[in-house]
Write a protein that binds this ligand. Structure first.
Ligand SMILES: [Zn+2]
Length: 294
């Protein structure tokens, strides 16, 4: 019996030790990582990151869903998103339009473009817009291995962090090519919610300026996530009329993260929205064709 009491004391002591030790190494590791960096690297983004833990990778808040194509809210609020940039002349032009109207949008950037146009990426962040990950090479994720997917996402995320000091926590799969298994990988390993859309003007087919404007205006609905590409000149030409018509209808434009938080804020306390879909390897589903409700 004495032996079992002794064992009990030893176990209790050990578990107490483990708890104390768990907190300490984390702090020490951060300290050591700081010391390991050469002094002249003070401007290195990694140093800034270590000095500013709030810029550590963002884990989605409790309640974040695996993927969204819109959110359920009553207010006339929506998120406009632009893919495939930054473009050297069109993205700055778009940023001017947004600034004039004090509108905030979300840009799903291609990593390689981020590397080429870092000043535009910094301007996007400085002017209050959000950046999401749109992979490094704009490849179809469903035709890549898990390791290739990780590389595509990580290289792109790191590129944004290096030039702008922020890490995206949203992803949009190029071509909308996605399946549940990949959504799970991106959510669990990168903390990304997958952002699809509920309104698609198909601007990449070059339907003309008037068509892009009217498709977005007519498709708009509370909680919509609207898709466009800031790499096509007619899309940019279509934007002032689209923004002004929707503003006149009483719509507010917010970033995707702000929109997602509006849905969570409208949920009763204690409700946790988790992916209902089982983890599985399914073929990509056809793109959502949700009819706008207003
Ligand atoms: Zn794209």
């Amino acid at each position: 019996m004495y032996l079992s009491i002794w064992f009990g004391i030893m176990l209790a002591a050990q578990s107490g030790c483990t708890t104390q030790k768990a907190a300490k190494p984390e702090k020490l590791a951060l300290e050591e990582a700081r010391k390991a960096l050469p002094l002249e690297e003070k401007e290195n983004p990694l140093v800034k990151r270590l000095n500013n833990p709030s810029s550590m990778p963002v884990v989605p808040p409790a309640g974040a869903r695996l993927s969204y194509s819109s959110v359920k809210i009553e207010q006339k609020t929506l998120a406009m998103t632009f893919d495939d940039g930054p473009h050297p002349s069109l993205t700055p032009k778009l940023l001017d339009l947004l600034k004039e109207r004090n509108i905030k949008c979300t840009f799903f950037l291609i990593g390689q473009q981020v590397k080429m146009y870092p000043d535009i990426v910094r301007r996007i962040i400085a002017e209050g817009h959000e950046i999401g990950n749109h992979t490094w090479t704009h490849c179809s994720l469903t035709s890549r291995s898990d390791d290739q997917i990780r590389t595509e996402l990580k290289k792109s995320e790191d590129a944004v962090f290096e030039v702008a000091g922020v890490r995206p926590h949203l992803v949009r799969p190029p071509y909308g090519a996605i399946n549940t298994r990949i959504k799970n990988l991106m959510f669990t390993e990168f903390g990304y919610s997958t952002i699809m859309w509920s309104v698609d003007p198909q601007d990449w087919r070059r339907p003309g300026v008037a068509a892009v404007t009217s498709r977005l205006v007519n498709g708009a609905h509370p909680g919509a996530i609207m898709l466009s590409h800031d790499i096509h000149p007619p899309t940019i030409t279509a934007m002032p009329a689209m923004f002004d018509q929707l503003l006149a209808k009483g719509y507010q434009f917010v970033t995707v993260s702000q929109l997602l938080n509006m849905e969570k804020a409208s949920m009763p306390v204690g409700v946790i929205v988790r992916p209902a879909e089982p983890v599985g390897d399914k073929d990509p589903k056809p793109l959502p064709e949700k009819k706008p409700s207003a």
